[in-house]
Design a protein around this ligand. Structure first.
Ligand SMILES: NC(=O)c1ccc[n+]([C@@H]2O[C@H](COP(=O)([O-])OP(=O)(O)OC[C@H]3O[C@@H](n4cnc5c(N)ncnc54)[C@H](OP(=O)(O)O)[C@@H]3O)[C@@H](O)[C@H]2O)c1
Length: 218
């Protein structure tokens, strides 16, 4: 049985991803900041993890090491959107956003590398908001900066993990109906979950940015 680790599995896109992999008979290890999840299945475990806290990351990595599980797919899904429509940039929001969306994501990934199988796939949830080439649809600088930086993390990690044949990807899931995306969003979380499952289990070029299973502009 293959193993998925997905952060932020308590709700939204992360929960839909966990459900999709479970329906395909994967073993799923999810995380939430409370250590609780509404999902209950035999092959599902939930761990407490706050990616903005290095000690929490360390505890999670150690718990995973004790479980002796090896990871086939890691999905860095947990994220926050803290911008308010104010100008100039709110640096407090920027610090917190980078702590969760970028530094925590990178720290967790690096800590889990010894438990990730060669030939595995690491997928980080980015956003169209992180694209440098797209015309911005709104002013949300902390979030935009964090997701552009996640994309560069994907590029650099893909290079570093070539020797282990580990594929590294960024995904733009589109605008999705979740607590973050709001009820006005056009996409159901099941849609990106289906696409991500397909991508995670297919051979794709490493180090790219994807939307609906097609390479998209950075
Ligand atoms: N929704 C969209 O339209 C959209 C569009 C583009 C990209 N994205 C990206 O997709 C990902 C998932 O978004 P979503 O819409 O599903 O968001 P969401 O409904 O707000 O869920 C966020 C998830 O992240 C977890 N999380 C938040 N802060 C955390 C922290 N400090 N440490 C660990 N986990 C934390 C939450 O856990 P708790 O429940 O424990 O708080 C929750 O499971 C994010 O990276 C987001 O930026 C979303």
């Amino acid at each position: 049985m293959k193993t998925l680790v997905v952060t932020g599995a308590s709700r939204g896109i992360g929960k839909a991803i966990a459900e999709k992999f479970l329906s395909e008979s994967w073993y799923v290890i999810g995380t939430s900041t409370s250590g609780k999840a509404s999902l209950k299945r035999d092959n599902f475990e939930i761990y407490k993890l706050d990616v903005s806290d290095p000690e929490s990351i360390e505890r999670f990595a150690k718990a995973l090491a004790r479980s002796k599980k090896k990871i086939d797919v890691l999905i860095n899904n947990a994220g926050v959107y803290l911008d308010e429509d104010t100008s100039p940039l709110n640096t407090k929001a920027l610090r917190k956003t980078l702590e969760v969306n970028l530094i925590g994501l990178a720290d967790l990934t690096e800590r889990l590398l010894p438990h990730i199988n060669n030939g595995a796939h690491i997928i980080s949830m980015s956003s169209g908001a992180g694209s440098i080439t797209d015309e911005p649809d709104a002013y949300k600088p902390a979030y935009q900066i964090s997701k552009a930086a996640v994309n560069m993390f994907t590029r650099t990690l893909a290079e570093a993990l070539k020797k282990r044949n580990i594929t590294v990807s960024s995904v733009d899931p589109g605008w999705v109906r979740t607590d973050m995306g709001s009820s006005s969003a056009p996409r159901d979380p099941k849609e990106p979950a289906e696409e991500i499952f397909k991508m995670a289990t297919s051979e794709v070029n490493s180090g790219f940015f994807w939307h609906k299973n097609k390479k998209r502009a950075w």
